[in-house]
Write a protein that binds this ligand. Structure first.
Ligand SMILES: [Zn+2]
Length: 302
């Protein structure tokens, strides 16, 4: 018979072993969780800089950062938020919405112009906080649900933003309805496979405006289009989008990045309501023709 001392020692050792195993397991689990999302660092400071929210036209408001365009559309049945900026911008967007006198929890629908981390970073958090429904272009759903891992250009081993589950998949010309608002989704692939723009009307006391929130088809890949097996249709998609965007009619032009539509030359923080500042067909045409040149150079047609 073993002395009682040996038995106790044995029991203690087993308990310690189990505790050690539990600790190792928990740390591995925490490490895995921590590694799950890794947002790229050293992004331009303009992407996170706060910006004073303002009324663009009618029931359409700017609630983004200095450069990352986030748009709030209010209706009597709740609100729509398009894009979120980086992960850390969730409190900033919430504060902007509240500063305009709206309730954060009234967001019912979430949309994005493209499933990249600079427009999706805070989407999962905002969806969790508000319970809003996420609607996405069908061609971006895979990338959105793996947090950007499978993106043909920016995809890395880890997610670059917290994955978001889609509640509805959108196709070209589908309508998103809430209250008295109807937004038409325009499939504008290339930048991501499911990049898209939104076209809708807003009204103020004087008139109505047709608004385009455009995803400008900028080229981010350094590779030749022929060397991207993950996106065999990339060249055809960019060509399609450039062509489709040239034909659009609208009054007000906005886009995913404030710099793309010249927000800072058109509006100064604190200045009064002036929808006319964003009526800029020439600026839009110049931007599209510049992007057309970049595309033509890339595919070798000069
Ligand atoms: Zn992007």
């Amino acid at each position: 018979m073993k002395p009682i001392f040996v038995i106790i020692c044995h029991m203690l050792t087993s308990a310690l072993k189990i505790t050690a195993l539990v600790i190792i397991f928990l740390s591995l689990h925490l490490m895995a969780c921590a590694q799950k999302v890794s947002e790229p660092q050293n992004t331009p400071s303009e992407w996170s800089m706060p910006y004073k929210p303002f009324r663009i036209a009618g029931n359409l408001y700017y609630v983004g950062t200095f450069d990352l365009g986030c748009y709030l559309i209010t209706t009597p049945k709740g609100n729509i938020l398009i894009n979120t900026g980086l992960a850390a911008s969730a409190p900033l967007i919430k504060a902007s919405i509240e500063a305009l006198g709206f309730k954060f929890n009234d967001i019912k629908i979430l949309l994005t112009t493209q499933a990249h981390y600079d427009h999706m970073g805070a989407m999962a958090a905002i969806k969790k906080l508000t319970g809003a429904k996420m609607m996405v272009d069908e061609e971006d759903v895979g990338v959105m649900e793996d947090g950007g891992r499978s993106d043909y250009a920016l995809g890395v081993d880890t997610s670059t933003y917290e994955p978001v589950k889609a509640d509805r998949l959108l196709h070209d010309l589908d309508t998103v309805k809430l209250g008295n608002m109807q937004l038409v989704m325009l499939h504008h692939p290339g930048h991501t496979k499911g990049s898209c723009s939104f076209l809708f009307d807003v009204k103020d006391e004087r008139r109505s405006y047709s608004v385009l929130i455009a995803n400008m088809p900028t080229i981010i890949t350094e590779k030749n289009f022929a060397d991207i097996p993950a996106y065999p249709n990339i060249a055809t998609d960019y060509a399609y989008t450039l062509n489709a965007m040239k034909k659009l009619s609208f009054d007000i032009w906005l886009s995913s990045h404030a710099s793309q539509f010249g927000l800072h030359s058109k509006h100064k923080p604190g200045s009064g309501y002036n929808p006319a500042a964003f009526i800029d067909r020439n600026g839009y045409n110049a931007e599209i023709s510049d992007l057309q040149k970049q595309f033509s150079n890339k595919v070798g047609h000069k």
